[in-house]
Ligand binder design. Sequence first.
Ligand SMILES: CC(C)(COP(=O)(O)OP(=O)(O)OC[C@H]1O[C@@H](n2cnc3c(N)ncnc32)[C@H](O)[C@@H]1OP(=O)(O)O)[C@@H](O)C(=O)NCCC(=O)NCCS
Length: 178
Amino acid sequence: MKRQKTVKDSEATMTEMVLPNDTNTLNNLMGGKLMHWMDIVAAISAQRHSNSIVVTASADSISFKNPIALGNVVTLKAQVTRAFNTSMEVYIEVFAEDIPANSKITTHRAFFTFVAVDEKGKPVQVPALKPITEEEKELFEGALRRRQLRLILGKRMDPKDAAELKSLFDLEDTSKNQ
Ligand SMILES: CC(C)(COP(=O)(O)OP(=O)(O)OC[C@H]1O[C@@H](n2cnc3c(N)ncnc32)[C@H](O)[C@@H]1OP(=O)(O)O)[C@@H](O)C(=O)NCCC(=O)NCCS
């Protein structure tokens, strides 16, 4: 039987400070630097879930909601939302803290996909994930639709086979009744 792990097993947190070398000409954190940190924290989370070497397969749905200023403290939190066969979806939340001003805001959210591999880079099976809280269950449910969407966009899935995704758009045709 496939092993099972919880979301808690995969939690990873990273804390950084925005220094002058990390910023753009507006003195805000460069997007590429933040994506680098996201990749690291998410990889740690995927490793904790799979106890394997992992590689980044995709990074999507990154929303840059608010800029992060020079001197801010950045906290990145990652957790696996769902494990498939050899791949795992990781949810990342980013918070920016202005400690002297005593303020903390959520600035970014993203979903990355990692694949567990052996020493030769060949994909290996990962344990199943059991969501426990309501929030974990919601992320778990949505992960299947997000996976289908990214596999279609990556030309790895025929849209006809994306049953979960199609159900989102299967709205009743009310025009016939008008
Ligand atoms: C990711 C990688 C291991 C997939 O290898 P592959 O030969 O295509 O393997 P498979 O077709 O068996 O797919 C393996 C898994 O990857 C998933 N996958 C592959 N490409 C994907 C993509 N673009 N987005 C999401 N998942 C993807 C598949 O859905 C599959 O998941 P599953 O086993 O849970 O169903 C391979 O493409 C690779 O090594 N890529 C480079 C990774 C890397 O170096 N990343 C760092 C960035 S430079």
